[in-house]
Design a protein around this ligand. Structure first.
Ligand SMILES: CC(C)(COP(=O)(O)OP(=O)(O)OC[C@H]1O[C@@H](n2cnc3c(N)ncnc32)[C@H](O)[C@@H]1OP(=O)(O)O)[C@@H](O)C(=O)NCCC(=O)NCCS
Length: 503
């Protein structure tokens, strides 16, 4: 509250009251009697009323225009309640009275100041853990409708796009807001992106050391490290300091080089030479080519392409949110992408497809499925490739990839179908009401496996397409930026405690 309170007497003129308000720069004065009791309030709004009525302020008395017996609050009242009282009644000021005596005044402005210092305050209790369902931004990139089992990129169903267009068209759609309408437009984008698949010489030099570092090869970690080097070598600058054209160029270069980095690092780790990208191959075919050195069959290239398209973007998932938070600080584009990779590496996000396939291997034959799955869920384990934060029905990506996997055929597919049906039945029985179905990762593993992608490259392959989604969000965040800085509810021991001396 504000103290001391600016007061006037009922017999004062309105002109005197206006002078006091102007001099003290306050929006209201409290009218007090000789015992300092608040008997009225006169506000800027009353001044407007007086002027509109054509009344002579030099003769009109405060008592004639004040609001008598104003509502008051005690000084012990919580700020939140004071705010509620003000907004309920449409007041801008409310006198604070203790034991009948005026001790202060609370204005809307005071409360707004408190709200800005402690925005979380009491509402923090109401934010669900994991921010489930909390809307944190506006986006035109795309959305997920969990109950309908539908998701889209810009205004198109992602599944329809995957069926109708190559990934480079969708990349263009996301970056530029529209699909290419002619073959010439498609070619122009390809002519722009394909040359940038090549790893710059000064990054290539350090790749062998990155690929060989560590006892175990963790491809996503290697990708992170090499991308950091890429950003430095290419001179990426803070997004805060550059215009959209430069940030767009950084984004294009990063998306183009990621598949090359993934395959080069993987090959180097095995003592093989990296394979140069080929400009005459489309995105997915080139990716598989750089992995194994042979041009893949059209069927394999198309299957991998569908997987890649299906995972480009998916609402405010953890890695996308991470990339946007980092961008909101004005950091450079690669910093945000590297952060996204870190978030994606967790098994609850992108690290599941190889684990889903591992589960298939462990189960081995259809007759073992029910017992294995039941034991796992009863033990409290999570079935990899099942459940989703947003989808409470079939994940449309899983349905599409199931069709793709079906068309590729193979023994694993038969087993997978059986395990899917059994797992849904077991989950429905042991976790009733949780609505757990297969997610994108369950059939993704089978598709990638059938197309010759090694398991350790499953999550990096996910990253290869998701980087397009991250970069689209980075461009969107940077175009209308405000630092993302939420608050937390402190629930530790009551501060301040005396700092104990060391014994
Ligand atoms: C994706 C995932 C992290 C979403 O989690 P979430 O929205 O936080 O869901 P919750 O952790 O609140 O789980 C809700 C309930 O369903 C259960 N559940 C969720 N996914 C499950 C799974 N795959 N297997 C078994 N139980 C599962 C949880 O145990 C919990 O049960 P409870 O109410 O008895 O505690 C979660 O479903 C999961 O861990 N899936 C397996 C990993 C995976 O496939 N990741 C790839 C995601 S694309």
């Amino acid at each position: 509250m504000s103290r001391p309170v600016t007061t006037v007497r009922p017999a004062d003129t309105v002109a005197d009251a206006a002078t006091v308000m102007r001099e003290r720069r306050v929006g209201s004065v409290v009218v007090t009697d000789h015992d300092e009791r608040a008997i009225g309030i006169l506000t800027e709004r009353d001044m407007i009323r007086i002027a509109a009525a054509g009344s002579d302020a030099s003769t009109a008395k405060v008592s004639e225009w004040m609001t008598p017996d104003p509502d008051t609050i005690g000084s012990g009242v919580e700020a939140r309640r004071a705010f509620a009282t003000l907004s309920e009644h449409g007041y801008r000021h409310i006198p604070v009275v203790d034991d009948g005596r005026l001790v202060g005044i609370v204005s809307m402005r005071d409360l707004m100041r408190i709200a800005m210092i402690q925005p979380a305050d009491a509402q923090a209790h109401e934010v669900p853990k994991g921010l489930e369902g909390v809307v944190v931004a506006e986006t035109t990139v795309g959305d997920v409708r969990g109950l309908e089992g539908f998701y889209h990129y810009r205004q198109y169903s992602a599944v329809d796009l995957a069926k109708a267009r190559p990934i480079e068209d969708i990349w263009q759609l996301l970056f530029e807001g529209r699909l290419p309408e002619t073959l010439a437009e498609r070619e122009a984008f390809a002519a722009h992106t394909r040359p940038r698949r090549t790893i710059p010489a000064d990054v290539r030099e350090v790749l062998p050391a990155i690929a060989k570092a560590g006892k175990a090869f963790v491809p996503l970690d290697a990708l992170r490290t090499s991308l950091s080097q890429f950003g430095t070598a290419e001179g990426f600058r803070a997004s805060h300091d550059i215009d959209r054209a430069e940030l767009y160029d950084n984004a294009l270069a990063t998306c183009a080089v990621v598949p090359t980095l993934i395959t080069a690092l993987w090959r180097l780790r095995q003592g093989l030479e990296p394979i140069e990208p080929r400009d005459d191959l489309a995105y997915a075919a080139n990716y598989l080519y750089m992995m194994h050195g042979g041009v893949p069959t059209a069927e394999h290239a198309a299957a991998v392409e569908k997987y890649l398209i299906s995972t480009i973007d998916h609402g405010f998932n953890a890695s996308t949110f991470t990339a946007r938070v980092i961008t909101s600080t004005g950091a450079d584009l690669v910093a945000a992408v590297v952060g996204g990779i870190g978030a994606l590496s967790g098994p609850l996000h992108g690290g599941a497809p190889s684990r889903a396939l591992q589960m298939l291997d462990e189960i081995g034959t259809p007759d073992r499925a029910e017992g294995w799955l039941r034991d796992a869920v009863e033990r409290g384990d999570r079935l990899m490739g099942f459940g989703h934060r947003v989808y409470k029905t079939d994940d449309p990506r899983s349905l599409m990839l199931r069709d793709v996997a079906d068309s590729l055929g193979g023994e694993k597919m038969e087993l997978a179908r059986h395990i899917e049906a059994t797992a849904i039945k077991v989950l429905d029985e042991l976790k009733p009401g949780r609505r757990l179905y297969t997610n994108v990762e369950f059939y993704a593993g089978i598709v990638m496996d059938s197309c010759g992608i090694p398991r350790e490259l499953f999550t990096p392959t996910f990253a290869a397409s998701r980087v397009i989604g991250w970069c689209t969000h980075i461009l969107e965040q940077a175009a209308d930026n405000r630092l993302i800085r939420p608050s937390a509810q402190y629930v530790g021991g009551a501060p301040p405690q005396p700092v104990p001396p060391i014994s």
